[in-house]
Design a protein around this ligand. Structure first.
Ligand code: SAM
Ligand code: SF4
Length: 454
């Protein structure tokens, strides 16, 4: 099939659908009430699986926010505000870490944002040190940080290593200066190949670069040039995100409406060409938007079927476990429940100071929802789904709906209980997964709720 006919087919499935970084998606979480048993939800999780402990810390600040960004953050204010935020974060840790069994080991710590490096490293180091005092870390613990390369220097990287970080991710988005200007972003301070090389030299075990396709100012030539430059920089992982235009959530994105934003058709071309280039360069495709070196733990996990998906994207089940999250907007992902803190930083500081609940959203999963979560995750990660008799019964006529996607060559039916996504189906895996989601049953138009699958 030619690229143009593939695109023709795929455009038919360019619908608004969840990204399934959680199940149910975050917009189905409930309001936290006075009597929501936060402490027992955390304590109960100690007896659930996976036992591995993961921590997420949200740093809601950026030196200067970019127009395109969908993340929850605000422009950096005075130092006293940052100090107040971290005082609140440490108090939240002091209170809630009590509830986690010290028998469990830390496998992963992730600092996201925002831009965690927009604050002095000492604040981040204090978080890691507090965890070290209380918990045993595994030998292969991953301590990861998201950085904006516009503000990263060699000194900062050495400081981060010293603080205990061993994985780093840089948001490149695009190398082209005109594209960066349109999205309100500065280029990397250091040449990117040097940045990647230096990071590895001083001991970061894995370097990830984020790229986004579908930004204003991008065309085939511009974007593929960024893809080649990314490969030249030689990172272990690349996240190739589709630009999610969600101005109803992020009003700053309206600035981009004054430019021509690449059409879904163009985006598909960018993605398919970039994908071919990454694969030719020896990267493996993982999940729906990652390319990794075969030796990388994500590549190995993809091969062995132990890939996992959460709010931080694709990860390995072995290293992830249940995620306990701290800070404004942070979402804990436990086996039994999701819990989200208030997104408003001042409100977060206020509630912690007053000893009130920081959480605003909660969702305790039913047995049925856990089964759906598991099936959707398996399909999103492995691109195939083998269902048990019990799962097939739960899916009811949705199993038939999934199998019927074979007519459109999105799946191949291997047996009466197993399907595998085709090359085409993999490209719209969110659409395929949404076909078994009972929450989307009402046939509601999800425009204004979820981003497009392309
Ligand atoms: C929390 S941001 C962190 C990166 C860091 N602050 C920086 O600026 O490089 C994580 C990543 O989310 C991705 N991202 C943010 N907004 C997005 C959007 N609207 N659509 C697609 N990807 C987006 C970007 O690739 C970004 O690097
Ligand atoms: S891309 Fe990074 S720096 Fe830009 S607004 Fe988002 S989190 Fe902040």
């Amino acid at each position: 099939m030619s690229m143009e006919s593939i695109i023709e087919v795929l455009l038919r499935y360019n619908v608004n659908a969840p990204r399934y970084t959680s199940y149910p998606p975050a917009n189905f979480f409930d309001e936290v009430k006075e009597d929501t048993p936060i402490e027992s939800i955390w304590r109960d999780s100690n007896a659930l699986f996976p036992e591995a402990l993961s921590f997420y810390f949200h740093v809601p600040f950026c030196n200067k926010r970019c127009y395109f960004c969908g993340c929850t953050s605000e422009n950096l204010k005075e130092e006293s505000y940052v100090e107040a935020y971290f005082a609140a974060l440490y108090s939240e840790m002091d209170k809630k870490l009590e509830w986690i069994s010290k028998e469990r080991k830390v496998h992963q710590i992730h600092f996201g944002g925002g831009t965690p490096t927009s604050v002095p490293t000492v604040y981040l180091k204090s978080v890691i040190d507090r965890l070290k005092e209380l918990f045993e870390f595994t030998d292969f613990v991953e301590v990861a940080i998201e950085c904006n390369p516009a503000t990263v220097t060699e000194e900062l990287l050495l400081e981060l290593r010293e603080a205990g970080f061993n994985r780093v991710s840089y948001g490149i988005q695009d190398f082209n200066l005109k594209v960066l200007k349109k999205i309100g972003r500065e280029p990397s301070l250091l040449p990117v190949p040097y940045l990647v090389d230096f990071s590895k030299k001083i001991g970061f075990k894995s370097v990830n670069l984020d790229l986004i396709y579908g930004l204003p100012g991008q065309n085939q030539e511009v974007f593929l040039d960024s893809v080649h430059k990314t490969i030249e920089a030689n990172p272990e992982r690349v996240a190739l995100f589709s630009y999610a235009h969600v101005p109803w959530v992020r009003p700053e994105q309206k600035v981009l409406d004054s430019y021509v934003i690449p059409s879904a058709r163009d985006k598909m071309r960018f993605f398919l060409n970039a994908r071919a280039i990454f694969m030719e360069a020896g990267y493996l495709e993982v999940g729906m938007d990652h390319f990794v070196k075969p030796s990388d733990s994500l590549g190995i996990a993809a091969k062995t079927g132990s890939l996992h998906r959460n709010f931080q994207g694709y990860c390995t089940r072995e290293t992830t476990g249940q995620v306990y999250a701290f800070g404004s907007s942070a979402i804990s992902q436990l086996d039994n429940a999701y819990l989200q803190n208030t997104k408003n930083t001042s409100e977060y500081i206020r509630t912690v100071r007053l000893g009130l609940k920081t959480e605003i959203k909660v969702h305790e999963l039913s047995v049925t929802e856990k089964m759906y979560r598991d099936m959707i995750e398996r399909l999103m990660c492995n691109h195939s789904l083998k269902v048990s008799a019990k799962e097939k019964e739960l899916l009811g006529n949705k199993w038939g709906v999934l199998c019927a996607l074979a007519k459109d060559e999105l799946v191949e039916v291997l047996s009466d209980h197993e399907i595998v996504a085709t090359e085409l189906g993999r490209l719209v895996i969110r659409f395929v997964a949404s076909k078994m989601d009972p929450l989307l049953d009402s046939g509601a138009n999800n425009e204004g709720v979820f981003s497009k699958t392309i």
